[in-house]
Ligand binder design. Sequence first.
Ligand SMILES: Nc1nc2c(ncn2[C@@H]2O[C@H](COP(=O)(O)OP(=O)(O)O)[C@@H](O)[C@H]2O)c(=O)[nH]1
Ligand SMILES: [Mg+2]
Length: 309
Amino acid sequence: MVMVGKTGVGKSALGNSLLRRHHFESSTIGMSVTSKCKFAKGNLRDGTQICIVDTPGIFDTRKSNEETTMEIVRCIGLSSPGPHVFLFVLSISRFTKEELDTVNHLVAVFGEDVINHVVIVFTGKESLTFEKLTLTDYLQRVPPELSELVQRCRSRCVTINNRADDAEVQADVDGIISMVRRTIHENGGSYYTGEMYRAAEEALNEKMRLIDEEKHRRERELQKRHEELEQREREIEATAARRTQEHENEKQRLEAELQELRNSDTRQQVREEVESSSGGGILKTILTTIGSVLVGVISSVATKRCTIS
Ligand SMILES: Nc1nc2c(ncn2[C@@H]2O[C@H](COP(=O)(O)OP(=O)(O)O)[C@@H](O)[C@H]2O)c(=O)[nH]1
Ligand SMILES: [Mg+2]
């Protein structure tokens, strides 16, 4: 839904009532609170999703052309591929020529067909309540220009008091929503799409295509990096497993050697060395120790032997 209408008629307040939360800035002070079109998404009580575009009185002809053009473009961009309804917001307490100009401006921008998607919302319902009037009573007393507009819109008119308590606002919102549903139904379920919306949609599709392309590129990049990291992780795990195995083997080998060392008979070892030595090593050591004694003994034995012989 796109809310249009003069500044100060209660568009932002209406948007907040529909959303059931304070989203749009709405104030009496500083009449130009909404300076740019704003988008909001919300849910109705039955869960139906609604999208609302609040406008800063763009079809209000008093603004400069440049400013107006930019905001109309923003409004189209935000409501693309096209809104189901334009909520034309008017205040019960006043209807001026400027308001009529706003509708004419809307039609001039979007084409006559846009009228089939317009729902007129009168804010300030409490003025009617105060005077014990129904909306139908009121519509019978409005100026002929407004009466004609109401007819062009096939009496799609509703009213709300945005300042009422929650229950009353909710009842008014329900009334607006059923009128919106009726409008959508009358238009065969389709949203408004004029030449400008189609052109804007093409531009937006192209933009979305580029964004998607970039997203896919980034996704592929991240995926590749992820796979590389996984592969690296597997390699690290395999290397770690191999190292652990190697360490384990080495540990077992050392333990066995240690055990063998502890169990070994040192004397037997020496004996074996003596047995297998061919004059070097241990024999040489023994010889160095006992050499002089042995040489003496052997030479004395030799002398005796000579004497005996
Ligand atoms: N009494 C009364 N005041 C309203 C109603 N709707 C909006 N307003 C007030 O009108 C002022 C302007 O409203 P705002 O939403 O800012 O208008 P916008 O410029 O069209 O967006 C604010 O002070 C609102 O509280 C209504 O139904 N009844
Ligand atoms: Mg506003």
